[in-house]
Ligand binder design. Sequence first.
Ligand code: DGY
Length: 336
Amino acid sequence: MTGRQTVYLAREVPQAGIDRLERACEVIVREGERPPPHDRLVERLAELEPEGLFCTVSETVDAAVLDASPALRVVGTMSVGYDHVDLAAAAERGVPVGHTPGVLSETTADLAWALLMAGARRVVEADRYVHEGEWETWGPKLLLGRDVHGATLGVVGLGDIGTALARRASGFDMDVLYSHTGRNEAAEAELAASGVDATFRDLDDLLARSDYVSLHVPLTDETTGLIGERELRLMDEGSVLVNTARGEVVDTDALDRALSEGWIRHAALDVTDPEPLPPTHPLLEHAPERLTVAPHIGSASVETRSEMATMTAENVLAGLRGESLPHSALADAGYD
Ligand code: DGY
């Protein structure tokens, strides 16, 4: 026994985070590519009795997890989103929860932009066309996409990631609309300084006017199913829907019908409901012509994942020391 506190990592994460923790405590990392099944996570916490839990978006942290280790003093999730953590249960038990806001905004906006461009210019479909040996000649009408420059971008949720995405429109001479819980004048000013005039619209109006709609809302009771049949029918039939937020923000059955019946032209998704999307899921029948899907890699750059791991370690260490967390999900969600 070293007398040092123990932190259990539910996943293998970038080494920078592990190194940071190892300087101050005992670190036990669950090996393997897959997340632990929920009952296995509970079991390990009960066996190891760690003071800290370092988790990711793949683990559901509910009352059973929070109660498994009697010594638990802090949870750090290596994500900005905390919809997988029962914050009310954590607050009730006095267990602080850390997350990683800000650090991944630009990286996630990069991926949202890549998906938007891929959907617009049929990049994945074109790649598949070449690989399948169909490229026999240059074609005047081959794989025609839609312009991004000069088009209208609708940003749903003008938080850090939505603002970073909107800023990318400045090089493309786009009209930028946004919807939010209310006007976000600070973000509007920041965008104006980058040459983007972002205009506030209600969601229905934004959906009806935009060629590209990109979702950047957190998953809450209010945003679950935000984009359903009614909303998809409001969109232009030439439009592209991009989702790098959470799969549950979009009603999957409604999206399936929208793509089958051509209510919109393309959906480019980094997140799905269910997630992971099984290879036999009906939605995948729309790929690649009407659907582009990535496996939840919005923040997946070497630099950003390393910073997220370090930031999560800092949150956990602060919790172990009994200090306020540098990035508290409970505070950000209004619990303290
Ligand atoms: C997050 O941080 O919430 C992402 O979804 C995972 O990186």
